[in-house]
Design a protein around this ligand. Structure first.
Ligand SMILES: Cc1cc2nc3c(=O)[nH]c(=O)nc-3n(C[C@H](O)[C@H](O)[C@H](O)COP(=O)(O)OP(=O)(O)OC[C@H]3O[C@@H](n4cnc5c(N)ncnc54)[C@H](O)[C@@H]3O)c2cc1C
Length: 411
């Protein structure tokens, strides 16, 4: 557990970390090389890499820590490989991540099983906490329950306002990384850029089910599809089961609640024991948590002395562990851009460079996920896909092989 002192008044708020603190006082009124907003995979991995390069790094997280996050908790083979490359594979052992090796898709009682290259599954509360712990061990400082917003540029620094329980304080940074996720509004505070939100977007929901309640085969990522949503299930650490869904908001309104909407999707499964166990338990030990519209993109991922990374740059629905892998890949790429900026000084050209580089390695994979997500909106097409995958598993293996092929990255 990371113990974080966080008094009601920000004046006495302690920043926790093994940190190379600029003046050794550990207080928030500092000048930092980098302020990272958001401690999800994009933020924590960026902080781990930048603190490891010797930059004074502060991570600001608005939630009490560790926090839950609606997520399927599956990390693809490419993501596992990337964690190994950057020296973070130990966190998977630390959190007791379960192995995944196949994707089982169900639709109207039909089932297709697609082998996957080895991935992992875990609860996000533990995983994000473990990665953040590594960032702190590398030297990053961390403050929680503080909502960050961007203030003006002041000479060579961007000012960042931190708000906690009604108290406000400013810090200054040579560079800010906006890693504030799907809900993030950090860039919106200083820019007139329009966010493009797909009008047909579904919304995300997630919860964990404690060990011993739902029997799911080890290694399997199960996805039950219906005509206006799908529900994913996977075993995570200690035999608990993570449940994550993407649903048409109209279905939730029609069914009266997210619980009954999920139940209506699960009814497409032929595995009645599983359906009964999930519907009886869902929401009992942990409430369902939701997200805003899932599919969106931003026009550009930089402002003066600010770069956006991870879901804060845009989002398409992931299927088998792509979202976190993309966020981690973005963190690796932004650490290189940030180093250049911190060594040479900020220029618009370096911001534009980041805009060009941020999509490298993920554009084709995002398009692939976008197409699958689009196809799932059409019942006949979705039925055709499941039937096709069931009959031609080699075709399916080639699609998932492309989505999960490890990246060649220079660290
Ligand atoms: C239902 C669902 C299922 C999913 N399933 C999977 C899956 O199985 N596998 C997979 O790889 N991906 C999955 N994803 C996607 C994955 O969760 C995201 O892609 C991933 O979490 C992105 O990481 P991030 O660091 O960019 O953002 P996040 O993990 O969202 O982290 C952003 C952080 O920023 C903080 N924050 C926001 N604003 C501020 C502020 N102003 N000040 C301070 N802190 C702030 C938030 O509290 C949060 O902790 C799923 C997503 C959903 C919605």
């Amino acid at each position: 557990m990371i113990t974080i002192a966080n008094e009601k008044n920000l004046d006495s708020q302690e920043i926790v970390g093994s940190g190379r603190r600029p003046d050794g006082t550990g207080r928030t009124d500092q000048v930092w090389d980098v302020v990272v907003v958001g401690a999800g995979p994009a933020g924590a991995v960026s902080a781990f890499l930048l603190a490891g390069m010797g930059f004074r790094t502060l991570v600001v997280e608005r939630s009490p820590w560790p926090r839950p996050k609606p997520c399927g908790g599956c990390l693809s083979h490419a993501g596992v490989h990337l964690l190994e490359r950057i020296g973070l594979s130990g966190v998977l052992e630390e959190v007791g991540a379960a192995a995944t090796d196949r994707f089982v898709l169900e639709w109207q009682g039909r089932r297709a099983s697609v082998p996957l290259a080895a991935g992992r599954a875990f609860g996000r509360r533990r995983f994000d906490e473990a990665v953040m712990k590594q960032a702190m061990a590398a030297g990053a400082c961390f403050v929680t329950r503080a909502r960050a917003s961007l203030a003006a540029v002041d000479g060579d620094h961007r000012r960042v306002r931190l708000e906690c329980d009604g108290a406000t304080r400013e810090v200054r940074a040579s560079l800010v990384l906006a890693c504030d996720g799907l809900h993030g509004r950090l860039m919106a505070g200083i820019s007139n850029q329009a966010r493009w939100i797909n009008p047909n977007s579904w919304i995300g929901l997630g919860a964990a089910i404690p060990p011993g309640v739902v029997e799911l085969e080890p290694g399997e990522i199960r996805m039950v599809c219906a005509d206006r949503g799908y529900v994913g299930l996977v075993r995570i650490e200690e035999g608990a089961v993570d449940i994550a869904a993407a649903l048409d908001p109209a279905l939730i309104r029609e069914r009266g609640s997210p619980y009954t909407a999920i139940q209506s999707c699960l009814d497409q499964s032929a595995d009645r024991d599983l359906v009964h166990a999930v519907t009886a338990e869902l929401g009992r030990s942990e409430p369902l948590r939701g997200t805003p519209a899932l599919t969106w993109r931003c026009q550009r991922a930089w402002e003066n002395r600010v770069l956006a990374v991870g879901d804060a740059c845009g989002y398409v629905e992931p299927f088998t562990g792509e979202g976190m892998s993309w966020a981690i890949l973005g963190a690796v790429a932004v650490a290189r851009s940030a180093r250049k900026i911190l060594e040479r000084g900020w220029s618009e050209q370096l911001g534009q460079d980041w805009d060009r580089r941020r999509g490298q390695g993920v554009v084709a994979r995002r398009i692939g996920c976008g197409l699958i997500s689009h196809a799932l909106r059409y019942p006949n097409l979705a039925y055709g896909i499941v039937s096709g995958l069931a009959r031609f598993p080699r075709l399916a293996r080639s699609v998932t092989g492309r989505l999960h092929r490890p990246w060649r990255v220079n660290i």
